[in-house]
Design a protein around this ligand. Sequence first.
Ligand SMILES: [Zn+2]
Ligand SMILES: [Zn+2]
Length: 283
Amino acid sequence: MTEGDGVETASLFPAEAFAVLSNETRVAIVETLAEESGLSFAELRKRVGVSDAGQFNYHLSKLQDRFVSKRDGEYHPQYAALRAVGAIRSGIYTSGSTTETKETDYDCPTCESLLTATYDRGKLFLECDEHEKVFQTMVPPTAASNRTIEALLSYANAEVQRDIEHTVDGNCHICTGPLSCSSPERPENLLQVVLSCENCWNYMHLPVAVTVVRHPAVVSLYHDHGIDVRSEPLLSLDFVRDPESASVLSEDPVRMRVTVELGEDTLQLTLDGELNVLETERE
Ligand SMILES: [Zn+2]
Ligand SMILES: [Zn+2]
């Protein structure tokens, strides 16, 4: 392929794209360029530590275009290379199993007994003896290393809130694809919607109250009470746990109401079926 083609005409199958990286020298090349962009052929080869120029050139050519670009005699990492190095460094693909379990201060939303937190192979979950898993999220091993279970829970909580923010905006937090939202339903005690990605496996049941946690009106209400709601565990927020806080006002068009009570203040948010907040009213 010549340089500066501009328009990409061919696309790779996922297996081919991953196969390109199935070689230590190529992984070393993308990791080196991610650390320092704009290296010459000689400098890059020296840093990667391959003495045979012909062999090095062969591996570099396999990466070119998709993972590495060349401009004015210098090599640069492409977005795909940076994402691959990010995934490698997060430990998702390379870390071994490390299981840790600890009792937490959080109580089960259903029976109020204390929940146990377990971290294993990138998964962090909270469970109750009676009600099994009440919360589960993915935390890359790099984020988990050197963090206690308590610190991990607080990290995971902030991550979950950020994921929910993406979700409410209609974007899948796994693959960035579009999400579709079901009609609200109340399978048990909390009013929920089901969000499913049209592009990947992501599928989640989300309590409607949870979707407004990062709305400016909610953040501001908590802020006025000296609380940064963005770092509070979702399970500890009264309005998230209270089945009465979310209700359906109408079904066609879908209108929902979430009521947040804090001290003497009451905030009401009206949502449409796409989880957009249409109106807020604070008393
Ligand atoms: Zn329980
Ligand atoms: Zn997705």
